[in-house]
Design a binder for this molecule. Structure first.
Ligand SMILES: [Zn+2]
Ligand SMILES: [Zn+2]
Length: 370
């Protein structure tokens, strides 16, 4: 039987979230019904408010979540009723060429991620007969959600729901930016630009990978203070300051990796940051580039002659069934500080307040709890 659930819905791009009752369908095919326990307030959903990189609307927000499986469709074979699970924005179909070669973050099923409706065309959420999409096919800003088992992974009983939720995107994307995409090596110098939740994940990934020096750049003072507790060796407000530190500390060699985890990454930022990259180094773009952007003002000759590379990044190239268990092991061992990243929790009806706090920089990560 379809059920009535409270959810945070955005009806038009630019509007804030409204918390209201919507109808949720029963799971069919490979879908699971999940009682949501926690969902992180990631910057990505907020791009629907600013319009930088919007999804289809209307939509139930939320894409880094956790919960308990309460019912399963007839084709489900990866999880069972009662399993504690993490809900991720990136599918792992297991059948496409990318999944088959260990690059599940590029799974062909990603083609449907921002469309709102399920790949088969139906909507899981409705209101008075109108279909409402699920952000990233997750729809975690809701008491209950229905989604494909390709984005649902069982977790152990000792992992708190808030921790699992921010591992789903903030940690996976940030940590993976350093460990998987940049390929940070022991002794590297790393610059991380923008240290909200994803950036703090990138800083921690760089530290765990053995970076000798991690320079965090953020214009917001509370974030600069916070990031020093996660292993950054420097925290500065501007790229110019980071460049001055690099010039001195590396004697002009500069950074082996520069990782752009700012929430919005315009082409101008990519161009400016390229000057901080060492010969043979990598510039990783993790933050959202405005979807209309077509230009990167860059010294192309220097970039190429210095053997620099520009790395695109989806979900930190995290491998669902290899990296996520490793991340939880690092958390248990106390080496990946995730509890400390959950700065504040909010009830669902305070979702807009949570995002206001994110913009003010007072949260490393705010999390909705149910
Ligand atoms: Zn996210
Ligand atoms: Zn796939």
């Amino acid at each position: 039987m379809p059920r009535s659930v409270k959810a945070a819905v955005q009806w038009e791009i630019g509007q804030k979230w409204t918390v209201e009752e919507v109808e949720l369908a029963d799971p069919i095919g490979d879908e699971v019904l999940v009682e949501v326990k926690a969902c992180g307030l990631c910057h990505s959903d907020d791009h629907n408010i600013t319009g930088d990189a919007p999804s289809a609307v209307p939509v139930v927000g939320g894409h880094e979540a956790s919960g308990i499986v309460r019912a399963i469709g007839p084709a489900v074979n990866r999880v069972q009723v009662g399993d504690r699970v993490v809900l991720v924005a990136t599918p792992f179909c297991g059948k496409c060429a990318y999944c088959a070669t260990g690059r599940g973050a590029l799974c062909d099923q990603n083609a449907f991620v921002m469309k709102g409706h399920a790949p088969e065309g139906h909507y899981r959420f409705t209101k008075d007969g109108t279909g409402i999409g699920s952000y990233a096919q997750v729809g975690g800003f809701a008491e209950w959600t229905v989604m494909s088992q390709t984005q649902v992974i069982k977790i152990d009983d000792d992992i708190p729901f808030e921790v699992a939720a921010i591992v789903a995107c903030g940690i996976a994307t940030g940590y993976g930016s350093s460990v998987n995409v940049a390929g940070v090596r022991p002794g590297d110098t790393v610059v991380v630009v923008g240290v909200g939740g994803v950036g703090v994940g990138a800083v921690q990934g760089a530290v765990i990978a053995g970076a000798a020096s991690v320079i965090a750049v953020d214009p917001l003072a509370p974030r600069r203070d916070a990031v020093m507790r996660f292993g950054a060796t420097h925290a500065v407000a501007t790229l110019e300051e980071a460049g001055a530190i690099l010039a001195t500390e590396t004697r002009g060699v500069m950074a082996e990796s520069v990782i752009l985890t700012a929430s919005v990454v315009p082409g101008t930022l990519i161009g400016m940051a390229s000057d901080l990259v060492a010969k043979g180094g990598k510039l990783v773009v993790t933050g959202v580039v405005p979807w209309r952007e077509r230009n990167i003002p860059i010294n192309v000759s220097a970039f190429l002659m210095y053997g620099r590379t520009l790395g695109g990044n989806v979900w930190g190239f995290t491998h669902t069934y290899d990296d996520l268990p490793r991340i939880f092991k690092l958390y248990r061992a106390g080496r990946l500080k995730i509890d400390e990243m959950v700065t504040r929790t909010y009830p669902l009806h305070e979702v807009n307040e949570g995002y206001a706090d994110m913009h003010a920089g007072v949260n490393t990560r705010g999390v909705l709890v149910f």
